[in-house]
Design a protein around this ligand. Structure first.
Ligand SMILES: [Ca+2]
Ligand SMILES: [Ca+2]
Length: 420
């Protein structure tokens, strides 16, 4: 079907080109690409059935290879299952946008956040790659497996009794912060929760905010009832921290400020503490395993570094900020066209990726400005239509015929006028 469409497009291009440029029609060349899928990748690390000494491994796979000359990689899909191969523990897709936005990310390796895996458990995993030409998927790699460490002594040693002056019925425990101040940080949640202090220096440094005064916290919430996906976790930190920011780190999205966080100093149930409520969504915002599976995994923490331009939502394959603000929804069909154009024509070359990086730094500022102003949104839509039409014509391979029609439509009336 796709090949047939390509042929029709080429024939149309040829017909229009012959009419528009009769003297040059003999120079038009037609070339057809028959795409072959990428080679099946191999799971490299951890080695097959190896035993880990930790609970947060980095998975790695063989480099991308494809028998089509110059074909490149556009997507990677990672999956981890429980021992039986039925329950999805992690499902992450890495695309070119995320790769362009997160310098710590790669197509052939992914860090599994603490909390995703349980101690002394066997997991199986696999990976596959998608190419740019088709796009076509490779075969899934053969399954590989590993066994996690028996326990996490570091986590166990951090757990302390919560302070008695915090009167919150959902307090589940407290943890010593993994930083020089060794403060007691209390956590509360309606659900079953485990928290581990982690040192932000152990996470990738590209884009990492400074001033994590209490370090970071890895959270695991499990045993969620069927249909329950949104969970609020409360941290109580000593002193007035209302002017802080809550940052998250995600293996795919990288570092970003987490907007779903509310800071309140000196609440009746915790005088002298700052209460921080963060809202997490299983399989969505604030869940690092990428799947709705009754488990929420979240490494995050309090920092005093203000977010830089472009932070505040992460990459995650999103973007098109101004267009989304103008049309009102990321799923809107015009936005889909721009997204496809970005993925297929901008992110596949160095100049295009530089533009996308620049736009992702500046776009949110413009979007914020027009979002609440109907007149500016309407103006932005009018300005965007020619761009969307251009992107549509390029994507459908009809740019040349469209240009030929446009040129003919412009020239013919002029010629007629002259004849008169
Ligand atoms: Ca290929
Ligand atoms: Ca999940």
């Amino acid at each position: 079907m796709k090949k047939l469409f390509l042929l029709q497009t080429l024939v149309m291009m040829l017909m229009f080109s012959c009419r528009a440029f009769p003297d040059q029609s003999q120079h038009i060349e037609i070339s057809l690409h028959y795409d072959t899928p990428p080679d099946q990748p191999l799971c490299v690390e951890p080695s097959y059935d190896g035993t880990l000494d930790n609970l947060d491994p980095t998975l790695s796979a063989s480099p991308f290879s494809d028998s089509d000359q110059d074909d490149t990689q556009i997507l990677t899909e990672w999956q981890i299952f429980d021992e039986t191969g039925t329950e999805t523990i992690l499902h992450q897709t890495v695309n070119l946008v995320q790769l362009a936005l997160n310098p710590n990310l790669s197509f052939t390796g992914i860090h599994v956040s603490w909390g995703t895996l349980e101690p002394a458990a066997r997991y199986i995993w696999r990976v596959r790659y998608e190419d740019t030409y088709g796009p076509l998927w490779s075969e899934w790699s053969e399954y590989s497996s590993f066994v996690t460490a028996d326990s996490d002594e570091e986590h166990d040693a951090q757990q302390v009794a919560p302070p008695e002056d915090i009167i919150d019925p959902y307090v589940k425990g407290a943890v010593l912060s993994d930083s020089t101040n060794n403060e007691t940080i209390t956590f509360a949640c309606e659900e079953n929760i485990t928290v581990k202090s982690i040192n932000p220096d152990d996470l990738p440094d590209e884009g990492r905010p400074d001033n994590f005064i209490y370090g970071m916290f890895s959270i695991r919430i499990d045993g969620l009832a069927e249909g329950k996906t949104t969970v609020v976790v409360t941290f109580y930190v000593p002193g007035d921290c209302e002017d802080g920011y809550w940052y998250k780190h995600d293996a795919v999205k990288g570092w970003y400020e987490y907007a779903n966080s509310v800071f309140t100093y000196n609440t009746p149930e915790a005088p002298g503490y700052t209460r921080i409520d963060i809202t997490l969504l299983d399989g969505g915002d604030g869940d690092a395993d990428g799947t709705e599976n009754g488990v929420i995994v979240d490494p995050s923490g309090l920092s005093y570094s203000p977010p830089s331009d472009g932070d505040g939502g992460g990459g995650g394959g999103g973007g098109c900020f101004i267009a989304t603000a103008a049309f009102g929804s990321y799923q809107e069909r015009h936005i889909c066209i721009l997204r496809q154009f970005r993925d297929n024509y901008l992110l596949t070359n160095t100049a295009g990726r530089s533009f996308v990086r620049w736009y992702y730094r500046k776009g949110p500022i413009g979007a914020k400005h027009i979002k609440s102003r109907p007149f500016l949104r309407a103006a932005a839509r009018i300005l965007l239509y020619p761009l969307i039409f251009f992107a549509f014509a390029v994507l459908k391979g009809i740019l040349l015929p469209v240009m030929a029609i446009a040129v003919s439509a412009g020239i013919l009336p002029c010629l007629r006028k002259k004849k008169k």
